[in-house]
Design a protein around this ligand. Structure first.
Ligand SMILES: Nc1ncnc2c1ncn2[C@@H]1O[C@H](COP(=O)(O)OP(=O)(O)OP(=O)(O)O)[C@@H](O)[C@H]1O
Ligand SMILES: [Mg+2]
Ligand SMILES: [Zn+2]
Length: 511
């Protein structure tokens, strides 16, 4: 008797249906066909052990398991449960109802208990899309799957529960998720707040602009100047995630099995990989392509602390994703895409010793070494960073003052207002919703300067020796400053401020 049920495999951040057919014919041994990897072959031994454990048996005839379609690679042990249940049904040890109407996944331990799977969220989305009756899965993954509303998520701790459920011996109540609004209210408080940062008004202003326009930013300053402390607080001033953003980011964590507590991720991620990170861990990859740090930062912040310490190669591979806001990993047969829409925040010292241009301490570096240090990050990557700011340490008086600075909530309100103006502006364009996302061709249509504004920019570029690449960047940032000012036109003071954020373009570092 042929039994058919449904599983799924993960492809990038999405799931695809895998049909599982089991038949029992004359002969011996279990055969798995349909390009399974070793894990699935190993599942034969687990299933045998489990069947014995629950006082059932592996049929003494030939069991054929077909996983279709054959041309999709299937990884992992998550097919244990649907295969075991199908064998029980095909060999008439149990009469299991509606097997073909459910999505069923779960890895079996030798005693029949279930181990969690990866990608429960995108698979649950597939369950909904295809209108399955429900999703039978390990109870650890139930909350995660229940994020998708309108499907029956049936949590299972042990294979016998699945059998009892499918023979209608017991009723299992589907797991309900809390609604997004409810989660958002309670979880959206960030622990770190700008109220803790004393002084640093210029730096905070630049960060507010970066957050408002979605601009990438680099901080240059001596050790202990507060760069790391400030960077960690950026998510607290970004607008709250929309439900779509939350789902998109949550899916990425789901496919690598790293979803904390199975909750929807409603806080913008803040990722801060060490500079020794491998290229694959940074941008994603591997023989079974996995998302890297740039995707784990999706809809949030990627902080590269001590930028010049990262390998040149690592920074090179980030260029394309920075431009396209996604990463495409190509393998011989497949190419997989992961979202990588993040705000890049970088930090660095101004020179190897850290005290170049310091107000009180003396830099001990040779000018040539300062140049060399800066050159490590020059070029194409810098091209994609809109704001450069020099962070000077605050005085002892400022640090020790008990005065509370402006809170993140207050700054965030201004950021949201400026973002709303941009959403209006770009509503006709797909996938553009901040000034930073404007393609170059659009910059000239949208960032129109008055004659005096134009003159000011021209003079500044000549005087400061700014490169041509700085031009577009300045216009985008000036547009954001005008938005924060609720000004329809870009005024001279907006341009003048934007020009100030191009320290690294001045080409006179170390001279
Ligand atoms: N503006 C500030 N307000 C309050 N505390 C500050 C401020 N600046 C620095 N500090 C204190 O100094 C500590 C060191 O700052 P932080 O580690 O952020 O500096 P950094 O610029 O990242 O230095 P490094 O270059 O060594 O990484 C902070 O943890 C904080 O306690
Ligand atoms: Mg630091
Ligand atoms: Zn130095």
């Amino acid at each position: 008797m042929i039994t058919v049920t449904n599983g799924a495999t993960i492809y990038g951040v999405d799931a695809k249906i895998i049909t599982i057919e089991v038949n029992i014919v004359q002969g011996t041994n279990l055969y798995v066909v349909g390009l399974p990897d070793n894990a699935i072959k190993e599942s034969q031994h687990r299933i045998e052990s489990v069947l014995k454990f629950i006082k059932c048996e592996m049929p003494r005839q030939r069991v054929i398991v077909n996983l279709a379609p054959a041309d999709i690679r299937k990884e992992g042990a998550a097919y244990d449960l649907p295969i075991a249940l199908s064998i029980l049904n095909s060999s008439h040890q149990y009469h299991l109802q509606d097997l073909d109407k459910y999505m069923i996944l779960g890895e079996l331990a030798l005693d029949g208990s279930l181990r969690p799977i990866k990608g429960a969220l995108p698979i649950a989305m597939l369950v909904k899309q295809y209108g399955f009756k429900g999703f039978i899965l390990p109870k650890e993954n139930a909350k995660e799957a229940a994020i998708v509303e309108g499907i029956d998520v049936i949590p299972i701790g042990h294979i016998t529960e699945a059998i009892d459920f499918l023979t209608r011996k017991i009723i299992i109540k589907p797991v309900q998720a809390e609604s997004f609004d409810k989660i958002n209210d309670t979880l959206n408080e960030y622990e770190l707040d700008f109220a803790d940062v004393q002084g640093q008004e210029n730096t905070k202003r630049a960060l507010e602009i970066a957050a408002a326009g979605g601009h990438n930013l680099i901080m240059i300053g001596p050790p202990g100047g507060g760069k790391t402390m400030i960077a960690k607080r950026i998510p607290s001033i970004l607008p709250p995630m929309t439900i779509d953003e939350a789902l998109e980011t949550t899916k990425i964590y789901s496919v690598i099995g790293k979803l904390p507590n199975g909750f929807l991720i409603t806080k913008r991620p803040f990722r801060s990989p060490h500079h020794t990170i491998s290229n694959i861990a940074l941008v994603g990859g591997g023989s079974n392509p996995q998302p890297g740090e740039i995707s784990l930062s999706n809809n949030g912040v990627l902080f590269l602390d001590e930028l010049p310490e990262f390998s040149r190669n690592a920074l090179e591979v980030m260029r394309q994703p920075l431009e396209e806001r996604k990463v495409i990993i190509s393998r011989s047969k497949v190419s997989v895409e992961f979202p990588a829409n993040f705000m890049l925040i970088a930090s660095m010292n101004p020179c190897p010793c850290g005290y170049y241009n310091h107000p009180t301490k003396k830099c001990v570096c040779l000018p040539v070494n300062v140049q060399k240090y800066m050159n490590k990050i020059s070029g194409p990557l810098l091209d994609r960073i809109d704001l450069h700011i020099e962070v000077t340490p605050v005085s002892f008086e400022e640090i020790s003052s008990k005065r509370k600075s402006e809170s993140s909530k207050v700054i965030q309100a201004r950021v949201i207002a400026a973002r709303n103006i941009q959403i209006q502006r770009f509503q006709k364009f797909k996938n553009i919703y901040t000034n930073a996302m404007m393609p170059s061709a659009m910059v000239h249509d949208i960032c129109i300067l008055s004659e005096t504004g134009n003159k000011l920019l021209k003079t500044a570029m000549e005087k400061l020796g700014l490169s041509a690449r700085a031009y577009d960047r300045i216009l985008r940032v000036a547009r954001t400053i005008a938005d924060l000012d609720c000004s329809e036109n870009i005024k001279e003071n907006h341009i003048a401020e934007a020009i100030r954020y191009r320290s690294l373009d001045r080409n006179n570092w170390g001279t």
